[in-house]
Design a protein. Structure first.
Length: 139
């Protein structure tokens, strides 16, 4: 599927107004302060650069284990003497984690779970349970 930048509509979300929520009886700011998440909302309430977002997402792709393997296989097809060598020996960077990759004005941009957790000021580790029997009643 091919997209052009002008085909994307970027929806800028409404700002979180803790004062208005508290006025209407929903004082949630204390909860987010207790969990040290106010920095995240300060960041979210900042400016949105629609053209950069369009430019990024039109060129974005997921770089995972499968993509890293294909990259190695492509290198071997170009130069068969590289067969059986490591990524570093092929001149490739080591695969660390799944990333969203793109380019903005020629500059490579990589976004991983670790980068997202750093930006919002939270630890990148956590737990995830897959295959729960009853998702609607599970805590």
């Amino acid at each position: 599927m091919s997209l052009e930048e002008w085909e994307l509509t970027v929806q800028v979300e409404s700002l979180v107004d803790f004062t208005s929520l508290a006025y209407h009886g929903y004082n949630t700011k204390e909860f987010y302060e207790a969990h040290d998440l106010i920095h995240y909302f300060d960041m979210r309430n900042g400016p949105t650069y629609v053209n950069l977002i369009r430019h990024f997402w039109v060129r974005a792709y997921v770089y995972d284990k499968h993509a890293a393997k294909l990259e190695m296989e492509e290198k071997v097809l170009i130069d068969p003497s590289l067969a059986g060598k490591s990524r570093e020996e092929m001149g490739l960077e080591p695969f660390v984690d799944t990333e969203i990759r793109s380019r903005i004005m020629g500059v490579p941009v990589f976004i991983s779970q670790e980068i997202i957790s750093y930006v919002i000021g939270r630890a990148s580790e956590g737990s995830f349970k897959d295959g729960l029997d009853n998702n609607k009643k599970s805590p």
